[in-house]
Design a protein around this ligand. Structure first.
Ligand code: DGJ
Length: 540
């Protein structure tokens, strides 16, 4: 215990000089931010295809291309089977190789610990785990073992935690200067597939027993702010403070999903905590999202869906973030559901290309996201044909968005903290949005000029100081009205295009003519992503 305390103290971000401090999350004003080298760091990321980082030779030509796409961080899978092929014998040469390759291109890494589960299934544990069903039991459905390890296995939790802790100990020992590793994902999209819960003997016994007092206490404590669906289910069944799972939540597949959420959450929180005891990097778990009507089991039942986030939070504090793998329609809604006072937004998997190029502005501008990470970012890097959601076609768009956001990073971080920034996505079905910033209504609409209407638009607007605004994006126009209709009206004094170089504004043209309706509006046309500054004046 004492050794642990001394170790934790030595590693504490607070007592290390900024350059050596461990990457950590910090509340700065209204936003929680990733702090690297003492400064907020926006993770402009991409996630590799599952198998790319299992081979250093395969990865060798990728890093330069990844850096060339404007990424500063790569979500890099690392599987248990490759780290501990024989029980108790660890091989970290792959980790060391990946770190060396990333550093050459000045890229950061978020490691993805593919261990007991990936997409609900158990394809990534070492074979000594897979083959030993007595020691590492499986989820049972209709009396048959499934290719899914059961959470009701203390031996599995112990083995997984030991390997993860060894990995974190290794990272701690080799990543002292560069701090290349920013964060760890623990497991991947956990949950039972094919049925709403595990039916092994141990699972059935737990299901017949009482809801743990720890969970009940947390529900009572957070009653008012619980996810609406969870609260309704609980209240509909009498808001009991003890009882079995079906007594407390009713007899339905939703109850099974809550039960599984508790057990997966306990497990993943414990693995994360074991890792943190060696090296306290930020840690998160990700969710395969399901639509409202999708029955548990058609999606991994028990994964950190919005409706069970409170259950996951109640199960421990090893995890800092529960994160959505966000491919579904309704991007803004899903972001809102995951961005909570107790949960900053980080999107570890999502669409890239031109869709991602737009969405990232909403995520960081409106929801203070810590970062954004399109999946399959290395698609096409070996000359292979592109596939599905990897969107190599829109790569230039994502690059343009990442380049602009990298230029804006220090300003954006300050504005996130101060609450002086808004991000938006516009479409033909959602063509306008209004924000109020310090008594001024900022009205944003899809761009239109000479009868030509933009099909879509995206961007962000920051208030830098009274009457001084910075905008970035494309396909929209902005106007300003004082909220108080007796206040002086607002006109546009000037609009300048420009860019930031090492944090300093390098102005380009003054744009008070045709580009902006002779200075009567502030336009970002659809052709190209731009960064511009507008200054307002008042008149009566
Ligand atoms: C979500 C998973 O987490 C990824 O590993 C990958 O399988 C993608 N789906 C594929 O779209």
């Amino acid at each position: 215990m004492r050794r642990f305390l001394v170790c934790a103290l030595l590693l504490s971000p607070a007592i290390l000089p900024a350059q050596q401090a461990i990457p950590h999350l910090e509340q700065r004003g209204q936003a929680t931010q990733m702090i690297v080298d003492g400064k907020p760091f926006l993770m402009l990321s991409g996630e590799l295809h599952n198998s790319s980082s299992s081979s250093l030779a395969y990865m060798e030509p990728e890093w330069k291309q990844l850096a060339g796409m404007g990424l500063n961080t790569v979500v890099t899978p690392l599987s248990w089977e490759l780290i501990e092929p024989t029980e108790g014998k660890f091989d970290f040469s792959l980790v060391d190789g990946l770190l060396a390759q990333a550093r050459e291109q000045h890229l950061k890494i978020v490691f993805l610990w593919l261990a007991a589960w990936k997409n609900g299934m158990s394809g990534y544990p070492p074979v000594w785990v897979k083959e030993n069903l007595q020691r590492f039991p499986r989820v049972m459905e209709h009396g048959q073992p499934q290719p899914i390890l059961s959470t009701f296995s203390p031996a599995l939790l112990e083995a997984d935690s030991r390997a993860f802790k060894a990995l974190l100990e290794h990272i701690r020992s080799v990543d002292t200067q560069d701090r290349t590793v920013l964060m760890m994902q623990v497991e991947n999209e956990v949950g039972v597939l094919g049925a709403s819960r595990d039916h092994s003997a141990a699972a059935d016994a737990a299901f017949a027993g009482p809801v743990p007092a720890e969970l009940m206490r947390s529900l009572e404590q957070h009653h008012a702010t619980l996810n609406e669906e969870l609260r309704t289910l609980w209240e509909k069944n009498g808001a009991k403070t003890h009882g079995t799972w079906t007594e407390v939540f009713g007899d339905s597949a939703r109850t099974d999903a809550i039960f599984m959420a508790w057990h997966y959450a306990k497990y993943v929180q414990a693995v994360a905590a074991a890792g943190k005891s060696a090296y306290p990097l930020p840690m998160y778990a990700n969710a395969w999202l399901a639509g409202e009507d999708t029955p548990p089991g058609d999606y991994p039942s028990g994964g950190p869906q919005p409706r069970v986030l409170d259950v996951w939070k109640a199960a421990g504090n090893g995890l800092d973030i529960l994160a959505p793998d966000l491919y579904a329609a309704g991007f803004e809604d899903w972001c809102r559901r995951y961005h909570r006072p107790d949960n900053p937004l980080w999107i570890p998997e999502t669409n890239g290309g031109s869709v991602g190029a737009a969405n990232v502005f909403y995520a960081v501008g409106e929801q203070a996201a810590l970062g954004f990470s399109p999946f399959g970012i290395d698609a096409g890097m070996h000359g292979e044909a592109d596939a599905g959601n990897t969107l190599a076609n829109g790569r230039a768009d994502l690059h343009a968005s990442y380049t602009a956001l990298a230029e804006l990073e220090p300003l954006l971080a300050a504005a996130q903290g101060a609450g002086n920034v808004h991000g938006f996505l516009l479409s033909q079905s959602h063509p306008t949005v209004d924000f109020v910033m310090h008594g001024v209504t900022v009205h944003v609409t899809l761009d239109e000029i000479f009868g030509q209407h933009a099909m879509s638009g995206f961007g962000l607007i920051m208030e830098e100081s009274p009457n001084h605004y910075l905008g970035a994006g494309k396909g929209f126009r902005v106007s300003f009205t004082p909220r108080d209709d007796k206040a002086p009206q607002l006109g546009i004094a000037s609009i300048d295009e420009g860019r930031f170089e090492n944090g300093s504004w390098v102005p380009g043209r003054r744009l008070n003519g045709d580009e902006n309706d002779q200075g009567n509006g502030w336009r970002f046309d659809s052709r190209e992503l731009r960064i511009e500054r507008a200054v307002l004046y008042s008149f009566q």
